[in-house]
Design a protein around this ligand. Structure first.
Ligand code: MLC
Ligand code: AMP
Length: 494
């Protein structure tokens, strides 16, 4: 097993003059990427970045941010990327929990980070880090397979967000599996329109390219028209279902427009069979759906060759074991029965940062991780996901835990009680909706504006509905299922 830096270095050495990335304005070869990141690593080391230390990063999508990732990996430190949309309240928790040695932020957030940074945290912008870069390249620090390379925070149904610790072995093994499975070569060019603070955009997309010597069209964000315009010079697109929904809205999406493309991958949220079929009709391509999680990287994938089944996420990746178990008891269920997906393998994370009890409660004694997703295994070994046991909404590929939004609403004087639910949405798949039992005068738009101060925009309910009485069962518990049924048509077209 090579550590992550050594895996990157193999590509840097094999293709020094090959273009790795284009962002519209200019391009960078693999050689330039290696040289710049090695010099940046020298700067980071001067700031105290050392093996095992956390580097917290809340910067925009740029080549400089990528160089920062490579530099942190080179030093054997721990890369901790955060959504740029997070608010001060959200960030304060991440900083205090992760105790980074360095926080890298956008210029407009310098004051905010100074307030929340605490002692001993160096705070820098990318411009500051790159100013007069030292000439000397920092020596790479070798890492063991189980050493942590990155921490990615994920929320939960209760309590505070948890930092999933991903090891060098997790990231290298998963990346190598995907390169093989999806047939990546140095001739590929991937359209990168995902954010780079999640597993999907940072590890799945980036590592497939980096491990195979391929290249990237690096777009700041997803815009259907722009992505379509790049298809004639690209070969692969990876995205969440919303990408495919929006591409279908482009009249220019035709067989011809997609004729140079060899692969469209979807994940992070369910791709409906209708979208799968519509995309095939328009382009002749069957989208390859795969399933993963922050804690596990990629778990299953439809085959590259062979049938890509609409509505199925495929069999487990080589070396990854999946079983279906009864909720609670953990009893393993036979093929065909619906239960909780459990997973074991080299892809499964090392645990939650500084939360040994929480970690223990999400693993079985034989090492299987309990995903909280519900599904079954079909006769051909392919898995279908049918829902989630965890109270989680996935909106445009981003996870929102209702408990976090409900807590803020329940704290308000104008709210007696709130229930936050996911409602089918034509663009985001699911949209966050709050159903509130008001206590006195209630102004939904004012409440949304207040929530926006504490929550990233994607978590803020698209609509807040009011009811005189929330439906409850005999135990007094709010029946979210009834609310979901009642409001299922809220965003239907027509
Ligand atoms: C943005 N908004 C969202 C949203 N994204 N609201 C709900 N859900 C989302 N996903 C907010 C905006 O802030 C804005 O709020 C309003 O909604 C309209 O935004 P938009 O212009 O439509 O958003 P856009 O910038 O086009 O982004 C939509 C998107 C983006 C789908 C392209 O969210 C995206 O790139 N999602 C991918 C996320 C991802 O990478 N997930 C992978 C997680 S890893 P306002 O208030 O300003 O109007 C993982 C593991 C695995 O899950 O298996 O991969
Ligand atoms: P995250 O915690 O952001 O990594 O999100 C992981 C969750 O996304 C999984 O537990 C699933 O619920 C969901 N997910 C990922 N890929 C798929 C998919 N192809 N189909 C359905 N759900 C998915």
């Amino acid at each position: 097993m090579r550590d992550l830096h050594t895996r990157f270095a193999r590509t840097f050495a094999a293709w020094p003059d090959k273009v790795f990335i284009e962002d519209g304005a200019r391009h960078w070869t693999y050689g330039e990427i290696e040289e710049q990141s090695a010099r940046l690593a020298t700067r980071l080391a001067e700031l105290g970045v050392a093996p095992g230390e956390r580097v917290l990063v809340q910067t925009g999508k740029s080549v400089e941010t990528l160089l920062l990732y490579f530099a942190v990996v080179r030093l054997g430190a721990v890369y901790l990327p955060l959504n740029v949309d997070y608010t001060e309240a959200e960030l304060a928790y991440f900083v205090s929990d992760a105790t980074p040695v360095l926080a890298v932020c956008r210029p407009e957030s310098l004051d905010l980070f100074a307030r929340i940074g605490g002692e001993g945290v160096a705070i820098r912008t990318l411009d500051q880090l790159f100013a007069d870069l030292p000439e000397a390249a920092a020596a790479p620090v070798p890492r063991e397979p189980d050493d942590i390379a990155a921490i990615l925070y994920t929320s939960g149904t209760t309590g505070k967000p948890k930092g999933a610790m991903l090891t060098n072995a997790n990231l290298v093994s998963n990346g190598e599996s995907l390169v093989d499975l999806w047939r990546f070569t140095e001739d590929d060019r991937l359209i990168h329109a995902l954010p780079i603070f999640h597993v999907h955009g940072l590890f799945v997309a980036m590592h497939c390219v980096l491990f195979s010597g391929a290249s990237l069209v690096f777009l700041p964000r997803f815009d259907a028209e722009t992505v379509l315009a790049h298809m004639p010079e690209a070969t692969v697109l990876m995205g969440v279902p919303t990408f495919y929904i929006r591409l279908l809205g482009e009249p220019g999406l035709t067989r011809e427009a997609a004729s140079n493309m060899r692969l469209f991958v979807s994940g992070s949220a369910p791709l409906s069979a209708d979208i799968h079929r519509a995309f095939e009709q328009r382009t002749g391509h069957r989208v390859l759906e795969r399933y993963g999680m922050t804690e596990t990287g990629m778990i299953t994938s439809n085959p590259y060759e062979g049938e890509r089944r609409a509505g199925f996420v495929g069999p487990p990746l080589p070396g990854v074991e999946v079983r279906i178990a009864e909720s609670g008891t953990g009893k393993v269920l036979p093929q065909g029965e619906v239960g909780i997906v459990e997973v074991r393998g080299p892809n499964v994370f090392a645990g939650y940062w500084r939360m040994p009890e929480k970690t223990a409660s999400e693993f079985r004694s034989d090492g299987y991780f309990i995903t909280g997703d519900m599904g079954f295994i079909d006769v051909d070994g392919s898995i279908q996901l049918v829902g989630r046991e965890k109270d989680l909404i996935i909106s445009g590929g981003l996870n929102v835990y209702p408990a976090e939004v409900e807590a803020l609403l329940d704290d308000r004087a104008d709210v007696a009680e709130a229930a936050v639910i996911g409602v089918p949405h034509p663009d985001f798949g699911e949209a966050v909706v709050a159903v509130v039992q008001p206590a006195g005068a209630f102004d939904a738009e004012a409440v949304r504006a207040d929530l926006r101060r504490d929550l990233a925009a994607f978590k803020v309910p698209k609509t807040i509905l009011t009811l005189d009485e929330l439906p409850r069962n005999t135990m007094g518990k709010i029946q979210k299922k009834l609310l979901r049924e009642r409001f299922a048509g809220l965003f239907s077209e027509g």
